[in-house]
Design a protein around this ligand. Structure first.
Ligand SMILES: Cc1ncc(COP(=O)(O)O)c(C=O)c1O
Length: 400
């Protein structure tokens, strides 16, 4: 039996009493992936990216392990919810204009001590200041640095369009704006090199493209390391008691951790290990989150139809955003239909061994987005389902 066939047998046995659709997390794989992130971080703490998990119980599980500290959250509403629930160190990694949220944050000492908000523009500071109303608590602020690689005098740009702040002087200037404003305290700096951490460099069957990506990433890492160090120096000159410099993501943990200027690493996707994280030379992780759809009919030889499954991931639309039929091996989509809203035909010889009522196991392209489709995750240990935990959605929370 291949390892994948053994996993299928295990998941089928563990969930034999449960009706699909359902989602599972294999705890042994999840914990092994967590250990590997910590190992790769080489002694620097790992901040867990909540958007890539979207399940409070699993965030707690991760934070209970040595090597993890704090949450990297994705909306202010979520940050406040987590802080109210007892999470004590929540870095909101994206700017927010949630005025109601800022009023709440500035009025509550516990929330204000726990949550740090992201700023890359004086307009955001101004908005927060107006929104705070009478709230007098000091707002903890983190500045974000643009990590993109610029080539040919800026005509070619590689990297996500995030912060407009690039040069040390620009960040020092905004740091001074924060320092001048009563009620704000600059505590952190963040730079996420998504074009290194989030782009696989070992694409199956595409050696030339993989090599080009590796060359780009080597150049990007080198340029960013020098610039990030200079930015940290410039910002520390304004804010000497800066608490943290956050960088990286699942695909770049060991490289980012090697930079002296970086004090902590962000990572989340490496826990569930969705399919977009299969193609990296820097690490490999075990698929830990899967979902099952039931076979509901058999249209003919070499084809079965499962219920649902059309859960594409965010990002530039393409086939790489689709879930993959994973178990049993050897199933593929009908190119004319793809994964459907309600019905998904699957082709391949493996279809002929499937009966009505059997489960087909899929992997999502991205990590946390899976949890927007399911209200609970069944926890698998060995060949048993040992519990279930609610996703954010299961707790009635759909932040984005
Ligand atoms: C600011 C920031 N840091 C880190 C990450 C990396 O998260 P993950 O490890 O889930 O890819 C992301 C993901 O988009 C991010 O936006």
């Amino acid at each position: 039996m291949t390892p994948r066939a053994a996993d299928r047998a295990r998941y089928d046995r563990a969930t034999a009493h449960l009706d699909a659709p359902l989602a599972v997390v294999d705890l042994e794989a999840f914990d092994a992936n967590a250990d590997d992130l910590v190992r790769r971080a080489g002694g620097k703490p790992v901040r867990v990216a909540s958007k890539s998990v979207r399940c409070r119980a699993l965030l707690e599980r991760v934070l209970a392990r040595d090597g993890f500290v704090g949450i990297m959250s994705f909306t202010l509403d979520e940050s406040l919810w987590l802080a109210r629930a007892g999470f004590e160190d929540v870095l909101l990694a994206y700017p927010s204009v949630d005025r109601g949220g800022f009023a709440e944050l500035a009025a509550d000492a516990k929330l204000a001590a726990a949550v740090t908000v992201m700023v890359d523009d004086p307009a955001q500071l101004e908005l927060i200041d107006r929104a705070r109303g009478g709230g007098a608590e000091e707002i903890r602020v983190c500045l974000e640095l643009d990590t993109s690689l610029r080539l040919l005098g800026g005509r070619i740009r590689v990297g996500a369009r995030r912060s407009p702040l690039r040069e040390p002087a620009q960040l020092a200037e905004l740091a001074r704006s924060v320092a001048r404003r009563p009620g704000f305290r600059l505590v952190g700096l963040m730079a996420y090199e998504g074009h290194v951490a989030g782009v696989g460099d070992a694409l199956a069957g595409r050696p030339v493209r993989s090599r080009a990506i590796r060359l780009m990433q080597t150049a990007a890492r080198r340029e960013l390391a020098a610039r990030r160090a200079a930015v940290v120096r410039a910002v520390r000159a304004v804010a000497p008691d800066l608490e943290f410099v956050n960088g990286g993501g699942t695909g770049s943990v060991q490289h980012t951790a090697a930079e002296e200027a970086v004090t902590e690493i962000a990572a989340g996707s490496g826990l569930f290990a969705p399919r977009l994280f299969d193609n990296y030379t820097s690490f490999s992780a075990r698929p830990a989150a899967l979902f099952a759809q039931p076979v509901v009919r058999r249209p003919g030889v070499g084809v079965v139809t499962v219920l649902g499954g059309g859960y594409p991931a965010s990002g530039a639309a393409g086939v790489d955003r689709l879930p993959v039929p994973y178990l049993p091996e050897g199933l593929r989509y009908d190119p004319m239909e793809g994964p459907g809203e309600v019905q998904t035909p699957l082709l391949g010889a493996a279809a002929d061994d499937l009966l009505v009522g059997d489960k087909v196991w899929f992997r999502h392209a991205k990590a946390g987005e899976l949890c927007e489709r399911f209200d609970r995750l069944h926890l698998i240990e060995g060949d048993r389902a040992t519990g279930e935990v609610p996703t954010y959605r299961g707790e009635g929370r759909t932040f984005l």
